[in-house]
Design a protein around this ligand. Sequence first.
Ligand code: GDP
Length: 196
Amino acid sequence: SLFRHASFETSIAKPQGLPESSAPEIAFVGRSNAGKSSALNTLVGHNRLAFVSKTPGRTQLINFFRLPNGAALVDLPGYGYADVPESVRREWQELLERYLSQRRNVIGLVHIMDCRRPLTPLDRQLLDWFAPSGRPIHILLTKSDKLSRGPAAAALMEVRRQLPNWGDHLTAQLFSSLKKSGVEEVERVVGKWFDD
Ligand code: GDP
């Protein structure tokens, strides 16, 4: 499977510190607390790989995980944390935007959203901002175990309905780190990005 045997490579706090690389990178983004760290851990199949920094106001890092095929999973700072000073929030936003706009080798975005609160204004802002690049975005509606089957399916349908129809370029699925469900679908979708 695609994501197994990922290994932690480095953490950086400033976009200037980005390692020089032309290897494909898959960027993981999402609102803080949406379940991004848990999803990364679930995808790579071990615990505490994407260690979590929960201290509000702390500078967040960009974490790199290297896959056996040479590509990297890149864990970007979560956004939307309510209790940080405006200056810190601006710093995170800048790091995120600098990375996403300057890295030519980002082949796609995995966008993490809580299935009970998808497509918040900040999520939409990021989608609108990244989408014109033409690179694919795959939305993981996490914590799907918190909803029963019907409501989870309805949440997915509603998100798909609200998204513009860009075919393969903008996709969405349910995911649960608790139940470890949805892993194969992520691997299938992201695996195709390597072939394009
Ligand atoms: P991040 O801030 O986006 O990295 O979010 P975390 O991965 O740290 O998760 C935030 C909270 O949601 C934690 O308390 C997790 O235990 C919980 N969580 C994350 N994923 C799931 C999931 O799939 N199911 C359930 N029930 N809880 C989850």
